[in-house]
Design a protein around this ligand. Structure first.
Ligand code: ITT
Length: 197
């Protein structure tokens, strides 16, 4: 198999993440596939890093291809780091998760928060090829703003900007965001593995 034919499966069922990764990976000589329907991996780890590894190894094993997983979440200082690794399970829908978060913070003056993304690429035999992490600091806004992105994007105002992720273009989110920052660390390692560097 030549490197230009290398398949990389995005080990995620989250459409927002998959869309971001398709953009991030578009310049690389890879066939990027979404994970097949029906795969459910239990996230039994207690850190983003552990959960990314669990998902990448499981999907690589099931598909027979290299798999890229992302475990990410929002940690809010005034809530002792919640929802953290439980960000996806904080409430049933994005809208309900945002409502629950704003209610939990109420009119708290401390609105500091950060997003983390742990990325892992694993091989079908379980070997981990790359692990990286990215982080983005910000504040939880009082009300949702913006129409782009996914998840908690409308209530996460990025430090040093006056905008939420949902008010940014994909390129701006790539530059400032936790996933884009993690990907900037992953990309040179992946290029080396693909024989490009
Ligand atoms: P997969 O495990 O299948 O990838 P998931 O949505 O369950 O999908 P996680 O367990 O990593 O993914 O949970 C991350 C949650 O954190 C995600 O569902 C969002 O609610 C939130 N999140 C992560 N990155 C985000 C981002 O860039 N913008 C907004 N919310 C984000």
């Amino acid at each position: 198999m030549s490197n230009s034919e290398r398949v990389l499966v995005i080990a995620s069922g989250n459409k927002g993440k998959i869309r971001e990764f398709q953009g991030l990976l578009s310049a690389l000589p890879l066939q990027v596939h979404a994970q097949p329907d029906g795969i459910e991996v239990q996230e039994t780890g207690s850190t983003f890093r552990e959960n990314a590894r669990i998902k990448a190894q499981a999907v690589a094993h099931l598909t027979g291809h290299w798999a890229l997983a992302d475990d990410s979440g929002l940690s809010v200082d005034a809530l002792d780091g919640a929802p953290g690794v439980h960000s996806a399970r904080y409430a049933p829908t994005d809208q309900e998760r945002i409502a629950k978060l704003l209610k939990a913070l109420s009119d708290s003056a401390n609105r500091s928060a950060h997003f983390c993304a742990a990325l892992c690429i694993a091989m079908p035999d379980g070997e981990v090829l790359i692990e990286v992490e990215g982080r983005c600091e910000g504040l939880i806004s009082n009300t949702p703003r913006g129409r782009d992105g996914f998840g908690y994007d409308p209530v996460f105002e990025v430090s040093g900007t006056d905008r939420t992720f949902a008010e940014m273009t994909p390129n701006e989110k790539k530059q400032h965001g936790h996933r884009g920052r993690a990907f900037a660390l992953l990309q040179p390692k992946l290029e080396k593995l693909l024989g490009m560097a």
